[in-house]
Design a protein around this ligand. Structure first.
Ligand SMILES: NC(=O)N[C@@H](CC(=O)O)C(=O)O
Ligand SMILES: [Zn+2]
Ligand SMILES: [Zn+2]
Length: 429
């Protein structure tokens, strides 16, 4: 079906909002203008002045399928994405099995084809079973559609292994995406090694646990000549390491999550496992350094690290509950309300960190609201305020620390490839 989106507000190049209509034909945006008239066989979508942005791109999502379907499936996770305004997401490989062979990636692609509501780019792992012992075959996996390579969930412990991985990535113009965590510096920690850990007598993960891997890896990436990307950056030392590496001309990029931008250890209300994630919420200064790093371009974009777990899994106490919180359905409203509305960043900056910055970092053909581009579009109501209610999530995961937060900026409709795949109030497609 072809669509004419009427009366949308789109961001101009200078960041102002302008009233426009958008014509979609055969999956693409074919016209953006004023007072466009419908042509035959075109359906009108009345945007009522709502914000129209390119569909958001989240390059760090755990869909859990195959193997973790009690936490999430490709179907539920991609509906959560659609409801959050995300039209392209990259699926992390800490599943069972791990996408570490051509057969496993092929099976994953088939599941995506059959059940995904939004575009899903599958990661393949760096090492077999993410066990850190034996590299996967990047060229073969890329051929099968692997988007990039990561062992997210665990750090690659061995420097020689990481160097070989980076050389293999360089040879196929691929990217290494790194969960940076040095196992000998975790100390069984469940939260950041700081005030909260001390007060509650819970083992802490020190900041150096992350930064030593980043410092090691930027040197390896320089020597190997590959693109190296840092997942969920969380400390001031890490920001400094990425900043210095960029200054030195090394091809490094980094992402930060909404929760690390919005919360620090002081905000953890008590022994609530919805505040337990990896990396942990760090100190107030760390959080400030992350915001500064995003503002000055050291950190390239925002990714949610959507990590659903069941309520039973989370209900076993701070020390033993699994790490991770959901993020797809709350990312934009949270960031819009707490940063844009408060004047700490512009709407254009926020949208760019969720669209053009991730796609440029990984040279992807999405994330642009322009004639000729794929019609991946989010329609967002910037005015109505609603409270975050996990029971309303499409995601199976209800594990959010933001329950009860009042936000504006809720997506109301999402188009992928020119198709309306979700609209507020619509029964799930
Ligand atoms: N971030 C998390 O706390 N958890 C992630 C793993 C990861 O992203 O490292 C998960 O898979 O649950
Ligand atoms: Zn991780
Ligand atoms: Zn992750």
């Amino acid at each position: 079906m072809n669509w004419l989106i009427k009366d949308g507000s789109i961001l101009s190049n200078t960041g102002g909002l302008v009233k426009k209509d958008i014509r979609i034909q055969d999956q693409k945006i074919v016209e953006i203008g004023e007072n466009l008239e419908p042509v035959s066989e075109e359906k009108i979508f009345q945007a009522n002045g709502h914000l129209i942005t390119p569909g958001f791109v989240d390059l760090h999502v755990h869909l859990r399928e195959p193997g973790g379907e009690r936490k999430e499936t490709i179907e539920t996770g991609t509906m959560a994405a659609a409801r959050g305004g995300f039209t392209t997401i990259a699926a992390m490989p800490n599943t069972r099995p791990v996408p570490d062979t051509v057969e496993h990636v092929r099976d994953l692609q088939q599941r995506i084809k059959e059940t995904a509501h939004v575009r899903v780019l599958p990661y393949a792992s760096i090492t077999i079973r993410e066990a850190g012992k034996e590299l996967t075959n990047f060229a073969e996996l890329k051929q099968e559609g692997a988007f990039a390579f990561t062992d997210d969930g665990v750090g690659v412990q061995n420097a020689g292994m990481m160097f070989e991985a980076m050389k293999q990535a360089a040879a196929i113009n691929g990217s290494i995406v790194a969960h940076c965590e040095e196992n000998t510096l975790i100390y069984g920690g469940a939260v950041h090694d700081g005030e909260f850990a001390k007060k509650h007598n819970i083992p802490g993960i020190p900041s150096i646990c992350e930064a030593v891997h980043i410092s090691r890896d930027v040197l390896l990436a320089e020597a190997a000549g590959c693109h190296y990307h840092v997942c969920h950056i969380s400390t001031k030392e890490s920001v400094r390491a990425v900043r210095d590496a960029k200054k030195a001309g090394i091809r490094v990029s980094a992402e930060v999550t909404p929760h690390h931008l919005l919360l620090c250890e002081e905000d953890i209300p008590g022994l609530d496992t919805n505040f337990k994630m990896n990396p942990p919420l760090r100190s107030r200064e760390d959080r400030e350094a992350l915001i500064e790093g995003l503002m000055d371009g050291t950190i390239d974009f925002i990714a949610t690290d959507h990590a659903p777990h069941t309520e039973e899994e989370k209900a076993v106490g701070m020390k033993t509950a699994p790490f991770g919180i959901v993020g797809l359905e709350t990312a934009f409203p949270l960031l819009y309300t707490n940063f844009v509305e408060k004047g700490l960043m512009s709407l254009k900056q926020l949208v760019d960190w969720l669209t053009i910055h991730p796609v440029e970092t990984f040279q992807l053909p999405y994330g642009r609201l322009e004639v000729g581009q794929l019609a991946d579009i989010a329609v967002i109501n910037l005015k109505e305020e609603k409270e975050i209610d996990p029971q309303q999530f499409a995601s199976k995961g209800k594990n959010t620390p933001f329950k009860g937060w009042k936000c504006k900026g809720w997506p109301v409709a999402t188009f992928v490839d020119g198709k309306l795949i979700w609209q507020e109030g619509m029964v799930n497609a």
